[in-house]
Design a protein around this ligand. Structure first.
Ligand SMILES: Cc1cc2nc3c(=O)[nH]c(=O)nc-3n(C[C@H](O)[C@H](O)[C@H](O)COP(=O)(O)OP(=O)(O)OC[C@H]3O[C@@H](n4cnc5c(N)ncnc54)[C@H](O)[C@@H]3O)c2cc1C
Length: 331
């Protein structure tokens, strides 16, 4: 039996595993490796923040994949040995015929002085529960959400969070006592979506009285302020941050990544420079076919890339031509 090893049980990894297993059944051993026993559904994180989702509604045990015939190994990936078709983990060595790298990104709040001490991580499941509690106790004051660096995953998420905070405090009758500020290094909201979207998001923020600071570089976080370059400071009582993030060290220096550390892969097939080794989702630095810009780090792209890779592996494993192509589809 042939074996596909999938590194990461996030959105890309789960979709790839499910599609491949469905296509090949008993003819393919499909194994997912993830250091965490749970899958967290990040698209619902903004709703978790304001109490419209409960943690158990957006969390699933990854060993539940075994019901579909997919093996799950809870272990940390510690090394990729691509010329030997094997991966080392904290639970031993795993051989493969096909490898799908879907390890997402790693957050580095420690690279922003004061982040860990004074801000909550707005992209972290556990911190979101603390934010939810802090919001429920807040009667007045100022909330600032800052994006530490580019690129960051899910470009719309911070805007969604601000609009939800606006709605949350309006419904509580406290909006007049709460100020909201969003700080971004981008020159405009969601530049990838084009100037019309940027303008309309700006207008919506302004109509709702949400302050927007663009082209703002965050230097540090203090007890009650975000420190920007050129001497700027945004005071706040509750600080929410998106930490800098990049690919895991385990992927570096093995001929997989570009100068910025993202995994290089063919934009249509998602195959890396190593035959039978694919990369999908947030780890990749691929350009979107047609418009040529870097693919945003969003689950929808990871999902469609995973489908292409899984279907092509199913064809290859049965001696057929891998004809599926990723088109840049997303929404
Ligand atoms: C607040 C928020 C809201 C979002 N909303 C949306 C949305 O509405 N729509 C959308 O399309 N996208 C959204 N996203 C983005 C989306 O979550 C990511 O783009 C998507 O999860 C990327 O999928 P992935 O498979 O590449 O990586 P991930 O889903 O991040 O999965 C990576 C997996 O690898 C595991 N892992 C990492 N390192 C190791 C290791 N060394 N060993 C073993 N396992 C490891 C991790 O535990 C994780 O399970 C949102 C993100 C956030 C934070």
């Amino acid at each position: 039996m042939q074996r596909t090893l999938i590194l990461g049980g996030g959105i890309g990894g789960i979709v790839a595993a499910t599609v491949l297993k469905r296509a090949m059944g008993k003819d393919m051993d499909v194994t997912v490796v993830d250091k965490c026993p749970y899958h967290f559904y990040t698209s619902s994180f903004p709703l978790l923040m304001i109490g419209q989702r409960k943690p158990e509604q957006i969390t699933r045990r990854l060993d539940g994949l075994e019901r579909k015939g997919i093996n799950f190994v809870q272990a940390k990936v510690t090394g990729l040995h691509l010329s030997e078709n094997s991966v080392s983990t904290t639970k031993g060595q795993h051989a493969y015929n096909y490898l799908i790298i879907a390890l997402g990104v790693e957050y580095h709040p420690e690279t922003v002085p004061g982040f860990a001490e004074y801000a909550y991580d707005a992209y972290d499941f556990h911190d979101l529960l603390k934010i939810r509690k802090a919001l429920s106790q807040m009667k007045k004051g100022r909330i600032a959400l800052f994006i530490s660096s580019l690129p960051y995953k899910c470009p719309p998420a911070p805007y969604e969070m601000m609009f939800l905070l606006d709605q949350y405090f309006r419904q509580k009758g406290l909006r007049n006592s709460i100020q909201l500020a969003l700080i971004t290094p981008d020159f405009s909201p969601e530049p990838l979506a084009g100037p019309l979207v940027g303008e309309s998001v700006r207008k919506m923020l302004s109509e709702k009285g949400i302050e927007l600071r663009t082209e703002a570089k965050v230097l540090a976080v203090e007890e009650s302020a975000v420190v920007l370059d050129h001497g700027g400071k945004v005071p706040a009582d509750l600080l929410l941050g998106i930490a800098p993030h990049w690919t895991h060290n385990v992927l570096r220096n093995i001929g997989l990544t570009d100068g910025d550390g993202w995994v290089t892969a063919d934009q249509h097939t998602l195959q890396t420079g190593y035959p039978g080794v694919y990369a999908i989702g947030d780890v990749t630095g691929i350009r979107l076919p047609v418009i040529g810009v870097l693919a945003p780090k969003a689950g929808i792209f990871a999902h469609y890339q995973a489908e292409v890779v899984a279907r092509n592996i199913a064809l290859l494993a049965t001696g057929q031509n891998p004809t599926f192509r990723y088109t840049g589809k997303g929404a």
